[in-house]
Each structure stands twice: as structure tokens, then as C-alpha cells.
Design a protein around this ligand. Structure first.
Ligand code: CGF
Length: 835
């Protein structure tokens, strides 16, 4: 390879590497203060110092990032692309410092400049481009891909506003405020003005007479997709991958004709509509259908990402039929399913391939992950909307459907019901396109996210497809979490204790989490148990301090900490938890002071956002806040039970809450929570789990031992029958569960303020009880009693805690991403600097 221009030695002697020298670190931070930020040393605040430190760390990351991209280009390996509409990254600075192994040097350097690294870390705003589990999973997978040296890029959208900020009104209502996370500028992204693509919407599509399925798509609106790159540093490796986020921009600044004619609003109208595409993340967890802007987001992102992937592939000089040998594309849920007809469009209309050949390429490139079997969460788009916005894609979808249904008819002749179920088009007014069916037909393999969930996918929503394609097309990859953020970063003391006890450097066990097994034998060591318990206690104090400084409440750190943090959703049953809290309160009230003294004090924490239009979920928040108000003020009971709803749940808040929990709740109705990932985070940090036999709870219990988890509730096979009974008979709460009836009566009777307010919520249980609160309540209360009993024997509890952490190796996202790489994508690690 020849040096492209100038004197090679001048270039090479001036190129820098990653710099761990404290003197050079302070120099680079000061340089950024002086030049990048144009600020003065004497009036620099924490925010300015954070920005300068971030830019300095970014310089180091860029060295590795550049090298990685060059290395991948030279080696030309097969690459995988993770398409996700959500990436819930949280903060970057701490994670980057740890992965680059530069934390202590930056700590020193920043100290010398008169600041504290801890303070600066607090200045960073979360990158909250996601709703919950699905988006955070994507972020963990990026960390693991880079840490495992896998050539994986993420593709998403650069929303101007992330998930809304949650405020709680004096009445206890959730209020939503925008999250202008880019207002302070984002030091972690690189605008790539030169990397842009035009994306078309609307217009007309005309089929070519002799076209073998080809057509010409013209007219409509063209919008520019501009790339912003976010560096993803691997842990203790030079591999630094890329997350490419697209921003929408008008193709032209404004319409000059309208402007010249004095119509200034008209002149900017189309440019505003172009910019609107990436303006905001939809704040719904499971449902956002029928919204034109959402469909435009999905197409905009998949079209730009595919154009970029194809351009990179073409630079290899290979023929298009080798595309699947060099590219694997993972569809994170059905949101990017339009990539399937889009790739067909490119191959047919632009590459001039014939239908069968194109379809063969498509079905070897895509892989699809399903994240839910909840029927209301299965994405469908009205055909008229799709026809209007994407006329060419609608034609392709019809063609795919026709050919597919012919094949189904051949295999199952005369089975009209089956054809109707499997069709990409659901009949009705309007007709709708079923995105899960399209993703399934167009992908090489399909997986669920935990064993039980993957079984349910195969036996319920995609059963017909399993019968048609055969079971080998379907699999399971149980979700995982990155131990870098979810142990080393959020619980540094525990991480240190693990390294010193195992006598293994953390860079080793953080990348081979099964090594934690070595802790099992220390569960019997009294000294070790004392250290373990002391760290948990300090983490509880850290959380209490955080609450005191942010909300002004004083939390009892001698109590057991019981935490439920996740999106508010009926299936996740925060209702069961709050009704359980009220039950406990009523029991405490009925006790004598002497009896109360024998009770294990407990603090219950909730955090989570409700979709802005989800009435029942918001009412649940209101109930929690008002129950908290009453019980925290009750002098008889407050030493034994208190309750906090922590507003504005975020990745950063989770990082403080999770290490502090003694017990956490994962109590979805069996069969409804596909996997859950916070369950893994708590257990990794030595918190025990109370939960239903659902999602990844099951596999956690398999790993850590059933004696270390507190299971309760009906099992998945019973759920359907129970629901059926509720539909035909009103739920006899009074007879079926007197304890629950008493709780509901107290709420309706106004113990927590105007009872009428909560009637719609209470009625979801009395009428229909779709999520089986009544059926599971008694067994839930028994499980909590078992938790109390177990906590009384603190020594045994700490043993359980140690054994839980020790057996969480399976749940590293490194294991999960390696499963994808080997079993699905056929991808090899490409370590930088090792050959
Ligand atoms: O995905 C979820 C989460 N709510 O985002 N689903 N979606 N869509 C599931 O409900 C979780 O159970 C799962 O852990 C997560 C990631 O797969």
C-alpha cells in the first residue's frame, strides 16, 4: 500500500496514539478548554470541565476508532449490522474511561486542575434514545461486540429529543417535559456531513411492462439522511466500533420560488417536515401504530442504513450475489422490517436482478429478533397509509405475499384459514400489513429472547410459520447485559472485591463472566461475607444520599431495600406490588407496638415512566405517590415501612439503584415478559429476586438455584384458562382473595385520598382482571413473607447474595452476542493490532 500523499514520515511521526500519561492528559484537557471551548481557566465551571475532559477522552477513543475502521476495511471480513430504532446508551464518559483503562489517570489529571472526576461525571446528560429493555439491550450488545472484537455496527436515529422527562405533579400525576439532550452539545458524536443519502417518500411507482417485478418510483418528497457517528470502545481492546445515527434534513434549505413570492411560511414548510422525521423518539414501549411520522422514521432509517451498507459492500469490488457472505443484518424487533422490501427494491429496480435471485439474497441477509408475544404489540400498518407513503414497497409486499401464499397453498392445499393467518395482509377496514409475518418470511433465522419466550413464539404467534418452514429456522438467544456498565462501573467496590478475592484482574473476569463461579467457595468465609455485606450497605447509603440531595427525603438505610424499576405496564404488575404494600401497611396498623418491633423494616422503591397516553399506567403512578404520602407520614408505622416513587427513571438512576437493592421485583403475569434484563442486573449485583415463573427469571433460577430466588404465582399454561373464566364471570375478589378485597376497599374508601380517582384502576381487577392480580395475590404475599423470614437470618441472606452473583456468568451480553455471531451471522472476531 502506498502512502497517498506528502511525506510519509511527517505524517507518521505526527500521528498520536492513546495517551495514558497524566501530564499529557492535563495538557489535552487544558487545550480543549482553551481552544475547542474558548473558555478561561478562571471561570471554568463543572460543565465546561466535563466537556473538555470528554473531548480529551474522545481524542483517545478516536485513535482506536480510526485504526479499527482501517483494520476492518483492510481485512474485509463479514460484518454484522444491528438495526435498532432505540439505543438507550446512558452516559458515556465513565464507561469510556473504564473500557480504555484510563480512569485513574484522568482522575489524577482532573484533580490537578482543581476539579473532581466524580463531579464531572454528574454533568453528563443521559443519551436516552430508547424506552426501556429493547433499547438498553441494543446498547449492551454494542458494548459486547466491541469488547469481543466483532465487526458490528449499530444503525439508529439521532432523535433531537429522547424519552421525555418525567415530572410528578403535587397530586401525583405524571407530567411529561421534553428531553433536549443535545442542548449542551454532544461531545461523543462526530457529524459526518459528507456521508449522506437521499430518501424518497410518496410519489408514484409504475411497474415496467417486461420488468419481472421491476418498477420505477418517482416524484414525492426527498429528504436527506446525514450520518452522525458515535464511537463504541471495547473493554481493554483497541477495537472501537461505530454506532451510526441518522439525522433528517431538507434536501434544499427552502423553496426559493415561494420565498421570492413572499410566501415565507410556505418556503420553509417542506424543510420543516423533513427535519421533523428525526425530531422525537416515540415514547411508547409496545405500541405506536398507524402514525405517519413513525412509519416515515422507520423507512428513513432503514433506507439510509441499507444504502450505506451497500455502498460499503460495493467498495469491496465483489459481485452482488456475494452480499450475504459479507453482510448480516439483525432486525431488532419488527421496527426495521421495511429493510426487507427496501433491499428487494434496490436489487430489482436498481441492480436489475430477477425476482428469485433477489429474494434469495434478501432471505440470506436478514435475521429477526422478536421481543414480545403480547398481541397488542405486534406491529401492523394500514395498507392505505403504506401505499401513500411508500407506493413501491407496497407493490413489493403484495408480490412477496402472492408468491409466498402460493407456496403455502402448495404445502397445505385448501387450508384457507391458514392462508388468511399467514398472509402479509390482514383483511379488515382498513387492510393492514403484518410486519411480524413479513420479518419472518424475509429473514434467514428468527429468535426470541429467553427460552420460555422463544417457545411461546414458536407455539403461538409464529406457529404456522414453524409448520411451514420447519423448526430449524427458529431459535433462542437469551438476552444478556454488559458486566462493564452493570457491575464494574455501577458497583466499583464490589468489582474490586471480586478481583482481589478471585485474584484475577478485572479485565479478565469482566470478559469471561463465568469466572465469577470462583466466588462460591467464599460464601462460607465469614470475613468475605462481612466485606460483601458492608459494600451492599455502602451502596444503600449512596442511594439514600442521592435521594436526600435530589428529593430531600431521608431514607432508612437499616431497612431492607425492595426495588421495582421498569416501564409502567399492566402486564408488569406494578399494581400487584403497590397493593401488596398497602396490605403490609394495613397489617402493621393492626399490630401492637410490641408486635411491630419484631417486623423487618422495609423501604420500597418504584421508578419508571408510563407512556403518555396510557391512562391506567399513569393512574398506578398516582396511586403509588399517594400511598407513599400517607404511609411515610404515619408515625406508628413509618419506621417499619416506607415507600418512594423516584421520578424520571433513567440509566443513570438505575446505576445507583441496582447496587443498593436487597430484593427486586419481576412479577409479570406468567408468559407476558419476554425476558426482562433488569432482573439480571440486580442479581449480578447480589440483589435477590422475587418473581413469577416468567421470561429470564426462569433461567436465572436455573443458574443460581431455586433456593436463592423467591418464585410465586400461576404458571404460563394456567394463564389462558384463568383469563377465560374471568371473561365469563365477574371476578369474585371478595371470595377468591379476601386480603386483596380489603385492600381494594380501603383504596376505594379514600384511605389514600379521593377513592373515586382510583376506581378505573381498581375496576381493571374487579372486572376482567386480565393480568390475574386476584389469582396471584395470596401467593405473592406468601413469597414476600418468605423474603422477610430469609432476611432475618442475615448470614444466610449474604450467602444467597454471594451465590447469586457467582452464578450469573450466563447473563453476560458477551455470551449472547457470541451466540448471534456464531449461530446466526457467521462472524469472526477481528482484533485490532494482534496480527
Ligand atoms: O424487550 C422488551 C422490552 N419491554 O423492551 N420488549 N419489547 N418490545 C420486553 O418486554 C422485555 O421482556 C425484554 O427483556 C426486552 C429486550 O428483549
Amino acid at each position: 500500500e502506498k502512502w497517498p500523499r506528502g511525506d510519509e514520515t511527517v505524517w507518521k511521526t505526527n500521528m498520536r496514539g492513546v495517551d495514558a500519561d497524566v501530564g499529557n492528559i492535563t495538557k489535552s484537557v487544558v487545550n480543549h478548554v482553551q481552544t475547542s471551548l474558548a473558555r478561561q481557566a478562571y471561570n471554568l465551571d463543572n460543565l465546561g470541565a466535563y466537556q473538555a475532559a470528554a473531548l480529551s477522552v474522545r481524542d483517545n477513543m478516536l485513535v482506536n476508532w480510526n485504526e479499527t475502521q482501517l483494520h476492518y476495511t483492510r481485512k474485509a471480513p463479514k460484518r454484522a449490522y444491528y438495526l435498532s430504532l432505540e439505543f438507550l446508551m446512558g452516559r458515556t464518559l465513565d464507561n469510556a474511561l473504564l473500557n480504555l483503562d484510563l480512569k485513574s489517570q484522568y482522575k489524577d489529571g482532573i484533580n490537578q486542575l482543581g476539579f473532581s472526576l466524580e463531579d464531572l461525571l454528574e454533568e453528563e446528560r443521559d443519551a436516552a434514545l430508547g424506552n426501556g429493555g429493547l433499547g438498553r439491550l441494543a446498547a449492551c450488545y454494542l458494548d459486547s461486540s466491541a469488547s469481543q472484537d466483532l465487526p458490528v455496527w449499530g444503525y439508529g436515529l439521532r432523535y433531537k429529543y429522547g424519552i421525555f422527562q418525567q415530572l410528578i405533579s403535587p397530586e401525583g400525576n405524571q407530567l411529561e417535559a421534553p428531553d433536549p439532550w443535545l442542548d449542551n452539545q454532544n461531545p461523543w458524536e462526530l457529524p459526518r456531513i459528507d456521508v449522506n443519502y437521499e430518501v424518497r417518500f410518496y410519489g408514484q411507482s409504475e411497474r415496467l411492462p417486461e420488468g419481472h417485478g421491476r418498477a420505477i418510483w418517482t416524484g414525492g418528497q426527498e429528504v436527506l439522511a446525514v450520518a452522525y457517528d458515535v464511537m463504541i470502545p471495547g473493554c481493554h481492546t483497541r477495537n472501537t466500533n461505530n454506532l451510526r445515527l441518522w439525522e433528517s434534513k431538507p434536501k434544499r434549505g427552502f423553496d426559493l420560488n415561494s420565498f421570492n413570492a413572499g410566501n415565507y411560511e410556505g418556503a420553509v414548510e417542506s424543510s420543516n417536515s423533513a427535519a421533523a422525521i428525526t425530531s422525537v423518539l416515540y415514547p411508547n414501549d409496545h405500541t405506536t401504530f398507524g402514525k405517519e411520522l413513525r412509519l416515515k422514521q422507520q423507512y428513513f432509517w432503514t433506507a439510509a442504513s441499507l444504502a450505506d451498507i451497500i455502498r460499503r459492500f460495493k467498495n469491496l469490488g465483489k459481485s452482488i450475489n456475494e452480499f450475504p457472505d459479507y453482510v448480516a443484518i439483525q432486525l431488532n424487533d419488527t421496527h426495521p422490517t421495511l429493510a426487507i422490501p427496501e433491499l428487494m427494491r434496490i436489487l430489482l429496480d436498481e441492480e436489475d436482478l430477477d425476482w428469485n435471485f433477489a429474494w434469495q439474497i434478501v432471505t440470506n441477509v436478514f435475521f429477526f429478533t422478536n421481543h414480545t408475544v403480547l398481541p397488542e404489540a405486534l406491529e401492523k400498518w394500514p395498507v392505505p397509509l403504506m401505499e401513500h407513503i411508500l407506493p413501491r414497497h407496497m407493490q413489493i409486499i403484495y408480490d412477496i405475499n402472492m408468491i409466498f401464499l402460493q407456496a403455502v397453498e402448495k404445502k397445505f392445499p385448501g387450508d384457507r384459514e391458514r392462508l388468511a393467518r399467514m398472509s402479509l395482509i390482514e383483511e379488515g377496514f382498513p387492510k393492514q400489513v403484518r410486519m411480524a409475518n413479513l420479518a419472518c418470511i424475509g429473514s434467514r433465522r428468527i429468535n426470541g429472547v429467553a427460552e420460555l419466550h422463544s417457545q411461546l413464539v414458536q407455539t403461538t404467534i409464529l406457529k404456522d410459520f414453524v409448520e411451514f418452514f420447519g423448526v430449524s429456522k427458529f431459535g433462542n438467544v437469551t438476552n444478556g447485559i454488559t458486566p462493564r456498565r452493570w457491575l464494574d462501573q455501577c458497583n466499583p467496590e464490589l468489582s474490586k472485591l471480586i478481583s482481589s478475592t478471585l485474584k484475577i484482574d478485572k479485565s479478565v473476569w469482566l470478559k469471561d463472566l463465568y469466572k465469577l463461579k470462583g466466588l462460591v467457595k467464599f460464601a462460607e468465609d465469614k470475613g468475605f461475607r462481612a466485606e460483601w455485606a458492608a459494600i451492599k450497605q455502602r451502596n444503600k447509603e449512596r442511594l439514600a444520599h442521592h435521594i436526600e440531595t435530589t428529593l430531600g427525603f431521608t431514607v432508612n438505610t437499616n431497612a431492607m431495600f425492595d426495588v421495582q424499576i421498569k416501564r409502567l405496564h399492566e402486564y408488569k404488575r406494578q399494581t400487584l406490588n403497590i397493593l401488596g404494600v398497602v396490605h403490609r401497611y394495613l397489617e402493621l396498623k393492626a399490630m401492637t407496638p410490641a408486635q411491630r418491633k419484631k417486623i423487618n423494616p422495609k423501604v420500597v422503591f418504584f421508578a419508571g415512566k408510563a407512556a403518555p397516553a396510557y391512562y391506567i399506567a399513569k393512574l398506578t403512578i398516582r396511586l403509588i405517590v399517594n400511598v407513599a404520602r400517607v404511609i411515610n407520614a404515619d408515625p406508628e408505622t413509618k419506621d417499619y415501612l416506607s415507600l418512594y416513587f423516584l421520578p424520571d427513571y433513567s440509566v443513570s438512576l438505575a446505576e445507583v439503584l441496582i447496587p443498593a437493592s436487597d430484593i427486586s421485583q419481576h412479577i409479570s403475569t406468567a408468559g407476558t415478559e419476554a425476558s426482562g434484563t433488569s432482573n439480571m442486573k440486580f442479581c449480578l449485583n447480589g440483589g435477590l429476586l422475587v418473581g413469577t415463573v416468567d421470561g429470564a427469571n426462569i433461567e436465572i433460577a436455573e443458574e443460581v438455584g431455586e433456593e436463592n430466588v423467591f418464585f410465586f404465582g400461576h404458571l404460563t399454561p394456567a394463564v389462558e384458562d384463568l383469563r377465560y373464566q374471568h371473561v365469563y364471570h365477574p371476578v369474585p375478589v371478595d371470595e377468591a382473595c379476601p386480603a386483596l378485597a380489603n385492600v381494594l376497599n380501603q383504596i376505594s374508601g379514600g384511605l389514600f385520598g379521593d377513592g373515586g380517582v382510583y376506581e378505573p384502576l381498581v375496576n381493571t381487577i374487579r372486572q376482567g382482571d386480565y393480568y390475574l392480580v386476584t389469582d396471584d395475590f395470596d401467593s405473592y404475599i406468601r413469597a414476600l413473607a418468605m423474603v422477610d423470614d430469609a432476611y432475618m437470618d442475615r448470614d444466610e441472606w449474604v450467602k444467597k447474595s454471594i451465590n447469586t452473583t457467582a452464578n450469573m456468568g450466563k447473563f453476560s451480553s458477551d455470551r449472547a452476542i457470541m451466540d448471534y455471531a456464531q449461530e446466526y451471522w457467521n462472524l469472526e472476531p477481528i482484533p485490532v493490532g494482534k496480527d
